[in-house]
Design a protein around this ligand. Structure first.
Ligand SMILES: *[C@@H]1O[C@H](CO)[C@@H](O)[C@H](O)[C@H]1NC(C)=O
Ligand SMILES: CC(=O)N[C@H]1CO[C@H](CO)[C@@H](O)[C@@H]1O
Ligand SMILES: [Zn+2]
Length: 373
């Protein structure tokens, strides 16, 4: 109900439908250029695929590729400055304290870095996981097979490939059905770049680490045959480095099919933390869900830090722009985060395994607590 009211409100907003494409736009599209936005105020600029990586990603300039986004409500949110939003979403009241410690603590004893170490070794051994490369597709096949294998401990779990028309790397979604179809989602992207389409890109911290922590949470929940009140989903996105492409398509689909999403917690980098504290970012997110995420992280992993990462910094932006409550959890504030991302040096050897363990435990705790929302 609340969702319908939210979309009705947006429909009457000032954003007006885009006119038919101009000749210049058609020429840009025909030339294979992509339209990217680097801030709410940026109307967009046409750049090549390679420039997206070399001139933006590799320089840590966040952007969203809006070439294929046709939903005017989504475009309006992507053009609204952070903090001016009142469009956040489903009517969810998040608890101010955790309430399932016994169940969570018992499951946490099964979390370890044994499997994450093996998975991250394989992920970083792909030459890169660039979403338009054959390596990126091979990484997708390996990850799909691995998720299927982990999930097979509980036949109730489904694993699907969410395919993308513009590139071969699929997004991958595992689902643990609950008593309700309302969704609680944890996510991470699995593509990587080493600074250009053809560079070596091991992507260990960014973002192989996020992938293995949510996979470890899935492994423990599958082995325990966990079934919650809410349905739990584990999203592994393609094409984040290309401007949040995989997550944009997934959440556009969830919006158009009217899914109820109670929480999306995205992790991008979960393996390098000199401070030893989980960092919960506060810009372009849902404020209430972010507060709840901090409650859970503090209860199960201790003190947290905060930071902001700017426009289009990772896939939570796609959940948010499609009207879903999203939070972003990272391993460290920006200033002390890994110096190696988006380069060939983002290697397995730089991973801090206690950080991976902390994030895997947080992920599992969040899923179990939020399964009761
Ligand atoms: C799910 O439904 C079953 C059957 O009604 C019930 O026994 C169980 O407690 C429910 N689980 C949760 C977490 O609500
Ligand atoms: C390659 C990539 O997507 N890296 C992202 C990892 O996460 C940070 C935010 O913590 C982004 O700034 C990077 O773009
Ligand atoms: Zn990333």
């Amino acid at each position: 109900m609340k969702t319908a009211a939210f979309f009705a409100l947006l429909a009457t907003s000032v954003w007006s439908a885009t006119a038919a494409p101009s000749p210049a736009e058609l020429a840009n599209r025909k030339a294979g250029l992509r339209l990217i936005k680097t801030s709410p105020k940026d109307a967009g600029k046409w750049v090549s695929e390679e420039d997206k990586i070399v001139k933006y990603k590799a320089k840590d300039i966040g952007f969203v590729d809006i070439t294929d986004i046709t939903d005017n409500e989504v475009l309006r949110i992507l053009s609204t400055p952070d903090g001016e939003d009142s469009f956040s979403t489903q009517a969810v009241t998040y608890p101010t304290a955790v309430s399932h410690q016994t169940q969570v603590n018992s499951l946490l004893t099964s979390v370890s870095t044994t499997n994450p170490t093996s998975w991250l070794t394989t992920l970083t051994n792909f030459y890169n996981r660039y979403y338009k490369s054959t390596y990126g597709t091979q990484a997708g096949t390996w990850l799909y097979n691995t998720v299927v294998s982990v999930a097979s401990a509980n036949p109730a779990i489904t694993v699907t490939k969410f395919t993308h028309s513009a590139f071969n790397q699929p997004s991958i979604i595992a689902k643990i059905p609950g008593n309700s179809t309302n969704l609680v989602i944890v996510s991470a992207h699995y593509d990587s770049t080493g600074g250009s389409a053809t560079a070596r890109g091991p992507g260990a911290d960014d973002n192989g680490s996020g992938v293995v922590v949510i996979l470890e949470a899935l492994r423990v929940l599958a082995n325990s045959k966990f079934k919650g009140k809410n349905t739990l989903e584990f999203h592994f996105y393609a094409g984040e480095e290309g401007g949040l492409l995989g997550s944009a398509a997934v959440f556009a689909n969830y919006k158009s099919t009217g899914k109820t999403v109670l929480a999306v917690v995205n992790q991008d980098m979960a393996g390098y933390s000199p401070s030893g504290k989980i960092s919960i970012y506060t810009d372009y997110v849902d404020t209430s869900l972010t507060a709840y995420t901090r409650v859970v992280a503090t209860a199960y992993t201790g003190a947290t830090t905060s930071d902001k990462c700017g426009y289009g910094c990772s896939d939570h932006a796609s959940a948010r722009s499609n009207g879903f409550p999203a939070a972003y959890v990272c391993d460290e504030p920006v200033s002390s985060s890994t110096p190696y991302i988006h380069s060939p040096n983002d290697a397995l050897s730089t991973i801090m395994w206690p950080t991976v363990l902390r994030h895997a435990k947080f992920t599992l705790a969040f899923l179990v607590e939020a399964s009761y929302l």
